[in-house]
Write a protein of this length. Structure first.
Length: 273
């Protein structure tokens, strides 16, 4: 082990502190095999804050006035690769099956429940703006306020936008110039139609109304089984009968709710209670 590697090593005792903290405050379960990943990622914040030990950093982010730093730590630990139109079969199903069935409905409501920096959110918005002639509402939420702010700015580097169809890119995106060259921004009209707010899924949900579709993709991997069950049950209560729930392809809802009927891998429909 090199001196640098030893310096950033997270002890088992310190790791248990972080396990308990993230479980208590964020509902996130960090399995024991994540100890090296957590240590490596948190080390960046220790250095940025001028802190020499993981215990001292734990004490810092455990203070109520340090919520912003807690969010930075969370962002480092839960960062997932995200890009536009990820898992494209979901968007094909939304386009070809879900929205046509809702054609006569007065208003379609969709929730991107773990929207991260907004790529999923605006992918949904583009499909809605393209196909939906009637009213629609789109809510994006995340536990991390810094991710919500990134989604609100809606500026993305070109490498993360390759999957946007050419027609959508032309209609819904604006190419960056000057200091923003090499990036694009979602058109202001589309941005204005999206609502963003911070929501913690592992707590009682706020009054957000009922939805026809919820995207809950690649977030349940961070919850233990009991928290996962509670989160899904809360979300099902906010889905209209016949509504659709999309999860990540590596996630399964088998046995979690009797009201969910699997239609395709990672696509479920809510049956009437």
């Amino acid at each position: 082990m090199t001196a640098a590697t030893s310096e950033m090593a997270l002890s088992e005792q310190e790791f248990k502190l972080y396990q308990a903290l993230f479980a208590q405050k964020l509902g996130i379960h960090l399995p024991d095999q994540k100890i090296t990943l957590v240590g490596t990622r948190l080390w960046k914040r220790l250095r940025a804050c001028g802190i020499s030990s993981y215990t001292s950093y734990f004490q810092l982010i455990n203070q109520p006035e340090q919520e912003a730093e807690l969010c930075r730590a969370l962002e480092l630990i839960t960062t997932n690769e995200t890009y536009f139109f990820r898992e494209p079969r979901h968007f094909d199903y939304l386009r070809e099956h879900v929205l046509p069935a809702l054609k006569l409905q007065d208003c379609v409501r969709i929730w991107s429940a773990a929207c991260s920096s907004g790529e999923e959110l605006y992918s949904i918005a583009m499909v809605l703006a393209d196909l939906r002639s009637g009213r629609w509402e789109l809510l994006g939420s995340d536990i991390n306020q810094s991710m919500i702010e990134k989604a609100r700015r809606a500026i993305y580097v070109d490498q993360r936008t390759d999957q946007i169809p050419a027609d959508y890119r032309r209609r819904f995106c604006r190419r960056g110039i000057g200091p923003h060259e090499g990036s694009l921004r979602i058109d202001s009209d589309l941005r204005s139609r999206v609502r963003l707010r911070r929501i913690e899924l592992h707590y009682t949900l706020p009054d957000i109304g009922m939805f026809d579709v919820v995207f809950l993709r690649n977030v349940m991997i961070y919850f233990d089984n009991e928290t996962r069950k509670q989160v899904v049950q809360r979300i099902v209560e906010h889905l209209n009968p016949g509504g659709h729930l999309f999860v990540g392809h590596s996630e399964s809802l088998r046995g979690i709710s009797p009201r969910l009927k699997q239609l395709l891998p990672a696509i479920y429909r809510v049956e009437a209670g």
